[in-house]
Design a protein around this ligand. Structure first.
Ligand SMILES: NC(=O)c1ccc[n+]([C@@H]2O[C@H](COP(=O)([O-])OP(=O)(O)OC[C@H]3O[C@@H](n4cnc5c(N)ncnc54)[C@H](OP(=O)(O)O)[C@@H]3O)[C@@H](O)[C@H]2O)c1
Length: 334
């Protein structure tokens, strides 16, 4: 099998997460890396193979690319996707689709018009434990209540800490839980949303190891310290989502489904089926990011946009919901 020629846009933590997966695959050759600073792209190229380019247009001028990964901060989306759509290069882009609503809408329209194979890094959908959840939900009593929590510490990247560059905690982080909720229960409307903000800005240190000469060692934080949303699904189920970053360490990152006689808890590490009398725990075996990346590569080879774990169009539904929650929390309308 001829290896697919793959390029990576972004040279941060999550680009590395994918590159560790891609570097182990004999059916992939890494040909190019793009970052904001040339030095970052060069470092990555030296480690994983391929060449460094100053932007996606330069990459496409010099290399034949069969598939690309886009792992840039939320506010940096747009130009890379436009260049790949114009060159007919399939791409897998990390969530969220953008910090705002409009950029994602515009990219989605271009992707749909081009009929391009695309995938989005909502990798919770690729958890191997979900097959059993889908099977159980297809029979038995309906889910009445979904609760989901992302209770954690402040992420390291300075861009995460500003709503203008990340979109905030619901749009950037709890979006994984919104996506899984929509994936399992279908469409939802926002009944209520609220958030807690400090009056002034908070200056916080960036954790050691993140700071490099190009990156600050402290940064201002203006994202809400806590957010909540109440949803109603088309199935009639209620959904309550809560998020906070004020803890010293990750506490709860989970989604729970409640139906008559059963509570189903999904985390990245395990699925717990609890009847109240006994609980069965099923551990996650396979790396969901590797599963998601493999599905995308197979879809590229087959030229089949439907063979991915999450398409751009499906991710847009999630992004719209996250933006509606954010709008409702900020303004009371939306
Ligand atoms: N699926 C998941 O669970 C998951 C987990 C973590 C992150 N993510 C997502 O992955 C994305 C990247 O996050 P990260 O943690 O890797 O961030 P990061 O460590 O800050 O890295 C961001 C990278 O993007 C590069 N960059 C910034 N603007 C760019 C532009 N306009 N064109 C090209 N490259 C640009 C930066 O270049 P320099 O190196 O030159 O600064 C840096 O290499 C985010 O959207 C995040 O939400 C997803």
């Amino acid at each position: 099998m001829t290896p697919l020629r793959v390029a990576m846009v972004g040279a941060g933590g999550h680009a590395r997460r994918h590159l560790e997966v891609l570097a182990r695959r004999p059916d992939v050759t890494l040909v190019g890396h793009v970052a904001r600073a040339t030095e970052s792209a060069l470092r990555q190229a030296r480690r994983y193979g391929g060449r460094a380019f100053e932007d996606v247009n330069a990459l496409l001028q010099h290399e034949q690319v069969d598939a690309a990964w886009i792992c840039v901060p939320p506010a940096a989306h747009g130009p890379s996707e436009a260049a790949f759509v114009a060159a007919d290069v399939p791409f897998l882009v990390e969530k969220p689709l953008s910090a705002d609503a409009a950029t994602a809408e515009s990219i989605a329209a271009d992707v749909a018009a081009a009929g391009l194979v695309t995938a989005v890094g909502y990798h919770w959908r690729a958890l191997d434990t979900l097959a059993e959840v889908r099977e159980r939900l297809a029979t038995g009593p309906p889910v009445r209540l979904l609760t989901a929590a992302w209770h954690s510490s402040l992420p390291a990247p300075p861009w995460w800490r500003r709503e203008a560059t990340s979109g905030g905690q619901i749009v950037e982080q709890a979006t994984h839980l919104l996506d899984l909720a929509l994936h399992l229960l279908g469409d939802a409307e926002v009944l209520h949303a609220a958030e807690v903000r400090r009056a002034g800005e908070v200056r916080r240190e960036c954790p050691t190891g993140y700071d490099t000469p190009e990156r600050p060692t402290t940064s201002d934080v203006d994202v809400a310290e806590a957010s909540s949303a109440t949803l109603r699904f088309g199935t009639g189920a209620l959904g309550i989502i809560t998020a906070t970053w004020v803890l010293a360490a990750s506490d709860a990152v989970e989604l729970r489904l409640h139906r008559e006689g059963e509570r189903i808890t999904i985390t990245q590490d395990a699925l717990t089926l609890d009847s109240g009398r006994e609980a069965r725990v099923v551990r996650t075996q396979d790396d969901p990011v590797a599963t998601q990346d493999a599905a995308f590569l197979a879809a590229v080879r087959a030229g089949d946009p439907g063979a991915v774990t999450c398409s751009y169009a499906e991710a847009l539904r999630t992004h719209r919901l996250a933006q509606r929650v954010r709008e409702r929390a900020r303004t009371g309308v939306g």
